[in-house]
Design a protein around this ligand. Structure first.
Ligand SMILES: [Zn+2]
Length: 274
């Protein structure tokens, strides 16, 4: 799933190419992915509108389409946005495309999991996840005291807490592993058992990890915004490899089909032994 920094790079890339540009044609080989609250026929309705500036809210990208429409995309686990020439080979996973006179924005999905809405601006409030989110993980104004107060109601394993959009929006499985490794806190430690000093390390690691990664992704992902760049991560999916900090072997388990990778030497405790 794309996380906050992937989406920032996608947003900036698209703003350079599509903001202010008119949709001259649209196609939807699989139109049912689009939940259209604004019009019965998405393809007919969207044609002729003009892209405004793309915005990001948590893990959603909002595409204002003038006049009076917004396309909202949450890619979930299997969705991808692609920007390419109209002549580029079409993926079998193509659901819809919005064509400009010299390129097109495509929505691809491996398993139809993306949540796509087409609404009027006054209908945005009907998309619950947009309003029901905690502060943005890249919000530099979030103080440690606020972070501590917001996290207090959540007592469970720290990895699960950090990945909750209601607590902090924009980060998920991969970058939570990276943040906890940087903070030297085990993903399985309970939040209620963490000291203030440990919580402070987690809080400090969030912008450090995200800002470092965004530079790498910005350098390496465009123009292929539909591909993920994750090979540079330090522990996530590096099970069996040496920890870049201490050299111990990185551990990896997959509870509930979600991979968790961490270093038992640098991030001790938390996991019940059996
Ligand atoms: Zn280590």
């Amino acid at each position: 799933m794309p996380e906050i920094l992937d989406l920032e790079v996608v947003k900036d890339f698209l703003n350079e190419r599509i903001a202010g540009r008119k949709i001259v044609r649209a196609e939807a080989p699989r139109p049912w992915i689009v939940r259209s609250l604004a019009a019965d026929d998405f393809v007919a309705d969207v044609t002729g509108r003009t892209f405004g500036k793309v915005l990001r809210v948590g893990k959603d990208l909002l595409f204002p389409l003038d006049p009076d429409r917004v396309l909202v995309t949450n890619l979930m686990l299997t969705g991808h946005l692609q920007y390419c020439e109209a002549s580029a080979r079409r993926s079998k996973r193509l659901f819809f495309l919005l064509g400009l006179d010299d390129g097109e924005l495509r929505y691809l999905d491996d398993r139809q999991m993306g949540l796509i809405y087409y609404v009027r601006p006054d209908q945005l409030g009907e998309i619950k996840r947009l309003t029901d989110q905690g502060p943005d993980a890249l919000d530099a104004k979030l103080t440690f005291d606020e972070f501590k107060a917001n996290i207090r109601p959540y007592t469970g394993e720290i990895k699960g807490v950090l990945a909750r959009g209601k607590f902090l929006s924009g980060i998920g499985n991969a970058y939570v592993d990276e943040i906890l490794w940087a903070a030297r806190v085990s993903p399985f430690r309970k939040r209620k058992d963490l000291s203030d000093e440990e919580l402070r390390r987690v809080y400090d690691a969030i912008p450090e990890v995200l800002n470092e990664a965004i530079e790498v992704v910005r350098e390496r992902m465009p123009p292929n915004i539909h591909l993920k760049v994750r090979d540079f991560l330090k522990v996530h999916r590096k099970g069996g490899e040496p920890c870049p900090r201490c050299g111990a072997t990185v551990s990896e388990i997959t509870p509930n089909k979600r991979i968790t990778s961490w270093c038992r030497a640098c991030q001790p405790g938390g996991l019940i032994k059996n």
